[in-house]
Design a protein around this ligand. Structure first.
Ligand code: FES
Length: 148
């Protein structure tokens, strides 16, 4: 008798995020007590076509990275950047390398790619009849793309 397979939830299609871009999502996770709690997810697609998922909460003061200006990258697009006080994070690791929380890290979330979809695994989400495939419908969502 083996362990149950991890739950996998489709977040968006891979093509919904351009290479070098990122997109925030507001989801709701189910805690062990069955309560739904907001989960802010940031999905980043690198120029090399790798996907990384992070809790969209800055380790300095908890702001989501796209607060205020809606941008999550540094001007040179080389790092993630918090819009509140300017902390900068490595895209591939989430490690803060500059700013008020240097040495701390964004919380990673496990993503898997399944049949062209970006999926979150290991977290129970509240399932909607209409999953968030069109995140522009969410009030704080936006798409940020790196232009070559
Ligand atoms: S809340 Fe992100 S740098 Fe302060």
């Amino acid at each position: 008798m083996g362990a149950d397979p991890p739950e996998v939830f489709v977040i968006c299609a891979m093509e919904d995020i351009a290479r070098g871009g990122a997109r925030p999502f507001l989801l709701h996770r189910l805690d062990e007590d069955g309560a739904a709690r907001p989960l802010r997810l940031l999905v980043v697609r690198t120029r090399d076509d790798a996907f990384h998922g992070y809790v969209n909460a800055c380790p300095h003061a908890g702001s989501w990275l796209n607060i205020d200006a809606g941008e999550v990258f540094t001007p040179d697009r080389g790092r993630l950047r918090c819009g509140r006080h300017g902390a900068e994070f490595e895209i591939e690791s989430g490690l803060c390398v500059r700013g008020p929380c240097a040495g701390e890290s964004l919380t990673p979330l496990a993503l898997v790619l399944v049949a062209g979809d970006v999926c979150l695994c290991g977290i129970r989400l509240v399932e909607d009849d209409d999953p968030p495939r069109h995140p522009e419908d969410l009030e704080d969502s936006l798409e940020i793309t790196i232009h070559p």
